[in-house]
Design a binder for this molecule. Structure first.
Ligand code: S3P
Length: 169
């Protein structure tokens, strides 16, 4: 990888509903580091919601926008980045994350994820439970392959996960 000098972001990846944003936001507050969420940045860039982008422009376009958002982070320092659940599907996004910092896989239980997912209207990939499970099976190897570090979040309290992740900072 082409390493971006001075860039030491932490990228949280993992399945939808794994708690990436909550964890990154919480760690940001605890350790006084800036927190960003790629979904929100994509929405600001496109001036559309994630769901609109999926419906109107397609998933491939969404993955391009994710990569563009990541490119923009090269100028910033020590960010905690909560990534969209599918970011590992973007080859360019994976290259960028590795060039700019450490990729941490929040490895949760798909059942917990399913319980977390209560808003189908803002989760375009989750048409139904079977679809979510299929996606999880397909994604898991990608998370494992791309992760520099894995945090097992199963059967752990939010405080435990925060403290484990905090050791990385
Ligand atoms: C997606 C996950 C979502 C969001 C988009 C696509 C996916 O992110 O990027 O709906 O493909 O798994 P979160 O995991 O932050 O909800």
């Amino acid at each position: 990888y082409v390493v971006h000098e001075g860039c030491d972001h932490i990228f949280f990846v993992g399945f939808l509903g794994a708690g990436k944003s909550t964890l990154a936001r919480n760690l940001g507050a605890l350790f006084n580091r800036d927190f960003v969420d790629t979904d929100r940045m994509v929405e600001r860039m496109a001036k559309k919601t994630v769901c609109q982008i999926f419906h109107e422009d397609g998933e491939a376009r969404f993955r391009e926008l994710e990569a563009q958002v990541l490119e923009g982070l090269a100028k910033r320092k020590s960010l905690l980045v909560s990534c969209g659940g599918g970011i590992v599907e973007g080859e360019r996004s994976c290259e960028l994350m590795h060039a700019m910092g450490t990729v941490v896989f929040l490895d949760g239980d798909v059942e917990d994820s399913l319980r977390q997912i209560q808003h189908p209207e803002i989760r375009p990939d989750f048409k139904d439970e079977a679809c979510a499970r299929r996606l999880y099976r397909a994604r898991r190897p990608l998370y494992e392959q791309e992760a520099d570090l894995r945090i097992d979040i199963r059967h752990k309290s939010f405080e435990q996960v925060t403290s484990e992740a905090g050791q990385l900072l």
